[in-house]
Ligand binder design. Structure first.
Ligand code: MN
Length: 487
């Protein structure tokens, strides 16, 4: 889907045609400038003067799949009772852009005609009131439309809004159920569909095995060429790699046929398969599909959404699992990995394809997988949990480092990081909030973008940052628990 955003400008008939023509011309100019610098096009729709114009524009925005949100602005004063019907029915993300055409107040030129034309400071307050009165989720961004800082914030909001569109269209293909007895990966799939739009359903592993049987040697050859172009082959076991290619092609065909953007499986249910998909899942993630291990459909869908929120619609975001700590004083780190399935979008260097024995699960043969080190840099880890009656999104800021030791016998991709505010306090905060061991780790999506996404999806948001303390967090969670029960 090629997403776009609609620019809806508020005004009224009071100022006469000349003013309205100027507003119209300037609105088109602003939309065109924003389109040049933002990740998605801004399409100027209307300078609205009546209830009817606003309501009709909103209905159209709701209906058009390519419209991922509306951006409103009041160049002049636009009485807000005209906006009630439209905004009440608005089902797309909304950004209130509090800007104005000019940067400076022109000392000599300014008179009452100038004031009547350039009264965004006035008009945007009226517009803000009705947003607050309607309790509508909205992003408010103030600043001049040529300012780079404004472009960054508008661009980030757009990506979050695209995350909303992708979420509402999300279908997850589950192979096998949840790993036995695990609690945090469970959740209310009906609630997830009501709130987030996710259709989460199950297909039999036997269906996948049958699909694998239909994959041709030519199809495998073509995918092998892609693997060779992207990765270093560090194993002689070509049969294992070809088996992973067969798995990848079959999973992808089944997902594409059903319109699924994410999948989950479990090493406990591989009936009829020789290898747990490793390289197969990793390469599918590199293509933008979501994945979750051990039946974790929540992290799988969230991975696909956060990838879509990243650079060029497929950013550096990946399914991750906290495994073990380095607790030497002054160099405390978390080591993240998974049994096999870490997305190569996190890799610092070209990943290697290796085959190793995997003792856990039902593998008959050694699975091929990508092995690499994660990049250094700032990022976040994100977890969506079901609190019973509501969903909670937890985001923690992290600082990834080049792994401080080579770990030559660890046969999987690995990422090392320090959680904020420091590793141990960060661990205490994460555990206090109930965050899962499975996360989406992202270098590309910020905590603010996830906050906007959670606001638009109307779910609880908890941010663990360098300012967080366990005591403050406990109080915050206590108050939010009550607030969400009342909501
Ligand atoms: Mn796991």
């Amino acid at each position: 889907m090629k997403y776009e955003f609609w620019f809806v400008v508020g005004s009224q008939f009071l100022y006469g045609n000349e003013v309205l023509e100027t507003v119209d011309k300037r609105a088109a100019e602003i939309a065109s400038k924003l389109t040049e610098v933002l990740p998605y096009p801004v399409v100027y729709k209307v300078t609205a003067k009546t209830n009817k114009e606003i309501t009709e524009t909103v209905r159209e925005a709701n209906y058009r799949m390519e419209c991922a949100g509306i951006i409103t602005w009041c160049h002049t004063f636009s009485p807000s009772k005209m906006w009630i019907d439209g905004l009440r029915d608005l089902a797309k993300p909304w950004c209130h852009f509090a800007t104005q055409y000019n940067v400076e107040i022109p000392n000599d030129e300014i008179d009452m005609d100038f004031m009547n034309l350039n009264q965004a400071a006035h008009g945007d307050r009226e517009h803000g009131f009705i947003g607050a009165r309607l309790r509508k989720p909205r992003k408010i961004i103030a600043g001049h439309w040529t300012d780079n800082r404004v472009h960054k914030r508008l661009g980030d909001w757009m990506k979050s809004a695209v995350g909303v569109a992708v979420s509402k269209d999300m279908k997850v293909m589950r192979f096998g159920d949840n790993m036995r007895e695990v609690a945090v990966t469970e959740g209310d799939k009906v609630e997830a569909q009501i709130k987030l739009g996710w259709q989460v359903n199950t297909w039999a592993v036997g269906d996948l095995v049958r699909e694998m049987g239909k994959v041709t040697e030519e199809e495998i050859d073509a995918l092998m060429a892609e693997y060779e172009a992207s990765y270093d082959i560090a194993t002689d076991n070509t049969a294992a790699i070809r088996y992973q290619a067969r798995e990848e092609i079959a999973i992808r065909k089944m997902m594409d046929r059903e319109g699924c953007k994410a999948f989950s499986n479990t090493f406990q249910d591989l009936y009829g398969m020789e290898q747990l998909p490793g390289l197969a899942s990793q390469h599918l993630m590199a293509l933008g599909y979501g994945y979750g291990g051990e039946g974790d459909w929540k992290v799988s869908a969230l991975t696909a959404i956060m990838k879509a929120m990243g650079e060029n619609g497929n950013g550096a975001s990946a399914f991750m699992e906290d495994y073990t700590y380095h607790l030497v004083e002054g160099q405390e780190y978390s080591l993240g990995a998974h049994m096999l399935e870490v997305c190569p979008s996190l890799a610092a260097d070209k990943p290697r394809i290796e085959t190793h024995h995997l003792g856990i699960g039902m593998n008959e043969k050694d699975p091929a997988r990508l092995v690499f080190e994660g990049k250094a840099g700032e990022g976040i880890v994100t977890s969506l949990i079901d609190m019973g009656g509501r969903l909670r999104l937890i985001v923690q800021d992290i600082e990834c480092v080049k792994p401080i030791m080579p770990m030559p016998n660890l046969p999987v991709a690995r990422v090392m990081w320090r959680a904020m505010p420091d590793l141990l306090t960060g661990v205490e905060c994460w555990i206090t909030a109930g965050g899962a061991h499975h996360t989406v780790l992202s270098y590309d999506v910020s905590a603010d973008m996830m906050r906007d996404w959670a606001n638009m999806m109307d779910i609880e948001f908890v941010h663990i940052s360098k300012e967080t303390t366990p005591a403050k967090l406990e109080d915050e969670l206590f108050i939010k628990d009550i607030a969400w029960k009342l909501k």
